[in-house]
Write a protein that binds this ligand. Structure first.
Ligand code: GLY
Length: 378
C-alpha cells in the first residue's frame, strides 16, 4: 500500500515512463505482428495462425492507448494494421462469436472516435450487428461461443460477455435504435440474476434451455470446478457491470458491481497476488495476474461513480493491486516483450503463468486512467 500521496504520484509517473520506454522498444520489434502470448521474452504472432482469436483486439488497444498518450504515428499505423487483419474474422462466420466487443472496441471503435474513419465505423457496425444476432429472446441472453464439433453450445452464456456489451451501447448511441440497448440490458439483467451468487462471487458458464429460456445449470468453465470462483470471471463481472452502469445509469448494475468488487477484495490473499480461482485448493499456488489488472480497471471506474469514503476505498484498492503487480510481477527489461507476468488462461490448461496480451492491456489502461492519459475504450 502506498500511503503518502506524493509517493503515489511519483510512483505513477515512474510506471508511466517505464511503460512508454518499454513499449517503444517492444512495438519496434513487433511492427507487423498480432501477439497473444510471449515465450522467453518474445511475442508470438497470430496474424496467420489464428486471426479470429478473441484476444486479437488487445494489441490494437495497447497501440491506440500509446498513440493517444504520445502522438507517435508509428502506433497509429500499427493499430490500423491490426484492424485490417481483423477483417479476415469479420468475413468468417466460424470466427465470429460473442467476443466482438473485445475485438472491435479497442480497434475500429477507437479509430472511428479518434479519426472519423468511415471504414472503421462500418466494421464496428457489422461486428455489433453480428453480436446482436446472437441474442436468445427466450432466455434474454447473448449466446457464448459456437458449437465445438458435435458439442452444441446453443444455450450457453458466460460472464465474460459483460465486457462485450459496450459495443452494443456504442451502436445504440450511434443509431438511436433501441434494439441494441434492449439486447445489452436484457443480457446484463439475466447475468445479474443467474450468474452472481448471493456472496458476490460469479459463475463462469450458465446453460439455459435455448427453446424455453429455462435455467439448466452452471459450469466451472476456466475456473477450478463447478461452484468455484474463477478470478478473471470475477474481474469481468466487476468491470462489466460497472460499464453497464456507466452506459445506462441503472443503479442496480452499480450495486451489483460493488457486490462483486467487495467479494473480490475480501478474498485477496495476504501476498496481494491473485490466484487463478479464489476457491482453488489451498496447496495450489497458481496465479493469474490478468485478474488483478482487469479488476484494477473496474475498481477505478467504480470509484469514479462514487463519492467520499467509498470513492477512495475502491481507488486505493486498485492502486494497491497495481503496485503489487509493478513490484512483483512486471518485467521491465526493454529487450524482452511483455510487461505483466504469471497470467493463466484457464485453471485446467496444461500451461500456466505466462505473459498474456490482455494482462499488459489492462495494466496499461489502469495506469493510463490514474495518470490522465487514457482514451476510454469500453
Ligand atoms: N474471455 C475469455 C477469457 O477470459 O479467457
Amino acid at each position: 500500500m502506498i500511503k503518502a500521496e506524493i509517493r503515489e504520484k511519483e510512483w505513477l509517473e515512474g510506471v508511466y515512463e517505464r511503460i512508454c520506454t518499454k513499449m517503444l522498444s517492444t512495438a519496434g520489434r513487433n511492427r507487423h505482428t498480432l501477439p497473444y502470448t510471449a515465450k522467453d521474452g518474445v511475442f508470438n504472432d497470430l496474424s496467420r495462425k489464428d486471426p479470429c482469436w478473441w484476444t486479437n483486439g488487445f494489441w490494437g488497444g495497447i497501440l491506440w492507448q500509446l498513440y493517444h498518450a504520445t502522438k507517435n504515428e508509428m502506433y497509429r499505423e500499427m493499430a490500423e494494421e491490426v484492424e485490417d487483419k481483423l477483417d479476415q474474422c469479420l468475413m468468417d462466420h466460424r470466427g465470429m462469436d460473442h467476443d466482438s466487443g473485445f475485438r472491435w472496441l479497442p480497434t475500429s471503435v477507437v479509430n472511428y472516435r479518434l479519426t472519423g474513419n468511415e471504414k472503421s465505423y462500418n466494421r464496428a457496425r457489422l461486428a455489433a450487428d453480428n453480436m446482436a444476432g446472437r441474442y436468445n429472446p427466450a432466455g434474454r441472453f447473448i449466446r457464448a461461443w459456437n458449437d465445438w464439433g458435435e458439442e452444441k453450445k446453443t444455450g450457453w452464456a458466460i460472464i465474460d460477455c459483460m465486457m462485450n456489451l459496450p459495443l452494443l451501447y456504442w451502436a445504440h448511441e450511434q443509431t438511436g435504435d433501441p434494439r441494441y440497448l434492449r439486447i445489452a440490458t436484457d443480457h446484463a439483467d439475466t447475468a445479474m440474476k443467474y450468474f452472481i451468487r448471493p456472496d458476490g462471487s460469479a459463475k463462469h458458464i450458465v446453460e439455459f434451455n435455448p427453446e424455453t429460456g429455462e435455467y439448466i445449470r452452471s459450469y466451472g468453465g476456466q475456473g477450478y470446478a463447478h461452484g468455484s470462483s474463477w478470478t478473471r470471471g470475477q474481474a469481468w463481472a466487476l468491470y462489466g457491470f460497472t460499464l453497464s452502469y456507466i452506459h445506462t445509469k441503472n443503479p442496480e448494475y452499480l450495486a451489483c458491481a460493488k457486490r462483486v468488487a467487495n467479494y473480490f477484495l475480501a478474498n485477496i490473499p495476504d501476498t496481494g497476488l491473485i490466484p487463478v480461482d479464489f476457491r482453488q485448493p489451498e496447496d495450489c499456488a497458481l496465479e493469474d495476474s490478468t485478474a488483478a489488472a482487469i479488476a484494477s480497471c473496474g475498481l477505478l471506474e467504480i470509484s469514479g461513480c462514487l463519492e467520499g469514503r467509498e470513492r477512495s476505498l475502491y481507488r486505493d484498492a486498485a492502486v494497491t493491486l497495481l503496485y503489487t503487480l509493478d513490484t512483483k510481477r512486471c518485467d521491465w527489461d526493454e529487450g524482452r516483450d511483455s510487461i505483466v507476468q504469471k497470467c493463466t488462461a484457464a485453471f485446467h490448461d496444461a500451461e500456466h503463468e505466462f505473459p498474456i496480451i490482455y494482462g499488459d492491456y489492462y495494466f496499461i489502461e489502469a495506469i493510463w486512467k490514474l495518470t490522465g492519459h487514457e482514451i476510454f475504450i469500453w
